[in-house]
Design a protein around this ligand. Structure first.
Ligand code: FDA
Length: 387
């Protein structure tokens, strides 16, 4: 009989097990993967964007955005940074408060495994969890294990190839806990063949863009990448979490500038040049924009109205994505175990004493940029103090 069985050796599960072990609990962590913390290892291009200096509740999506506050305040980004410093792991800020390891994400996994061993926690890999029954009995492919408390840290549905199963939702449902329908988040947007025809020449081009979605009072000013399937890059991944099927997105391809005014001003100096060549934009992009605005010929021959439509085509590009790349490439899962069913301080299911949910399986999803790991650390820490 274990005091605590943690299901999932990801960021949230390892953090919870370490904290519970430090409190003297007999803790077992189960994972069906061959190695623990695989998403940590591949995150941030192998450097793990482990937190963000600008953690704030409005940077998390949830039916109840205030739910995350308690855990985020009790175990902050500064607490995790101090942990990294104590472990001697060098880090740097890349941009927008995003903190990355100088070396390798592997260092973060190693730190957590060292801490787990020191705290007396046991880790068993290659064990697949099939169900959890009251009592608690954890049914695995290698028999039944018993525990006083069970912490579900099995993550979301994103990237099934990496071991995502959706098991956490099945466990929640078995205990009659409500689920907010899971959806892919931080995911590239796709377009119809007809729409892609107009973008094909742009595949590989990246620009700084402001991307918003109709209906959401939010826009992101970050890099955007044209791909063979549609649009990607940080600004698109960010807006994808707010986008719903059928909604239009608005893209400003030259944010902070006034391309119409710039073109008018340039008429005197560069009037003899082709319009597309006279614009201070990547070549392929300038061509695509002028084509979309239905303009051609020399800059000097363009009317005021033509330059106005050029400005519109650049700063207010409206388009309706056909869909997303889905679970295959989504970095996170939106939705999950409804926070109304959980205690914000402990992550325990209010109606099921001894059953806890932490990390991505909960309906709390962060922006791109280290927010999701901070939620995993904070919620894992909070449950670790209570189990
Ligand atoms: P996580 O998914 O990490 O762990 C769940 C564990 O449960 C897995 O080890 C899985 O094998 C196990 N499991 C599932 N079902 C099971 C079953 N039935 N039986 C046994 N075990 C089971 N975030 C961020 O803040 N900064 C970043 O740089 C990145 N980068 C990034 C890159 C990529 C490619 C992806 C896909 C995601 C990111 N993220 C990120 C998001 C981040 O990785 C994610 O939010 C956290 O890993 C979630 O941690 P959890 O512990 O909740 O789940």
């Amino acid at each position: 009989m274990w005091d605590v069985i943690v299901l999932g050796a990801g960021a949230a599960g390892l953090m919870c097990a370490i904290e519970a072990g430090r409190r003297g609990r007999r803790v077992l962590v189960l994972d069906h993967a061959k190695a623990p913390g695989e998403k940590i290892r591949i995150s941030g291009g192998g450097r793990c964007n482990f937190t963000n200096l600008q953690i704030a509740p409005e940077r998390f999506l949830s039916q109840n955005p205030r739910f995350a506050l308690s855990a985020l305040r009790r175990y902050t980004q500064r607490d995790f940074i101090a942990r990294m410093d104590r472990a001697g792991i060098a880090w740097h800020e890349k941009t927008l408060g995003q903190l990355f390891c100088d070396g390798s994400a592997r260092q973060v996994v190693d730190m957590l495994l060292r801490d787990l061993a020191e705290a007396g926690g046991e880790l068993r890999l290659g064990v697949s969890v099939k169900a959890v029954r009251p009592g608690y009995e954890v049914e695995t492919d290698q028999g039944v294990l018993k525990a006083a408390s069970v912490v579900v840290a099995t993550g979301g549905k994103s990237i099934p190839k990496m071991g995502a199963t959706g098991m956490g939702y099945q466990i929640a449902e078995a205990f009659d806990l409500p689920i907010i329908e899971p959806r892919p988040g931080l995911v590239p947007l796709t377009f119809t063949d007809a729409q892609l025809d107009g973008m094909k020449a742009l595949a590989g081009v990246s620009v700084q863009a402001r991307v918003g979605v109709k209906g959401a009072k939010i826009a992101f000013e970050e890099g955007m990448l044209f791909t063979h399937r549609g649009l990607s890059g940080p600004s698109i991944l960010q807006i994808s979490s707010y986008w719903r099927e059928g909604q239009e997105i608005t893209v400003d391809l030259a944010m902070g500038r006034d391309l119409g005014a710039e073109a008018q001003a340039a008429r005197a100096e560069r009037g003899a040049r082709e319009l597309a060549n006279a614009l201070d934009l990547p070549d392929k992009l300038a061509r695509a924009i002028t084509e979309r605005a239905g303009l051609s010929g020399k800059l000097a021959t363009q009317s005021k109205a033509a330059l106005h439509s050029l400005s519109d085509a650049t700063h207010r590009w409206h388009l309706t994505p056909a869909g997303t790349e889905g679970w295959r490439t989504a970095e996170v899962t939106l939705g999950g175990v409804d926070t109304t069913a959980l205690d914000a301080r402990t992550m325990q299911a209010r109606a099921v004493p001894g059953l806890y949910f932490i990390g991505e399986v909960v309906d709390v999803t962060g922006w791109l940029g280290g927010y999701n790991f901070q939620w995993a650390w904070s919620s894992g820490w909070a449950a670790g103090q209570a189990v």
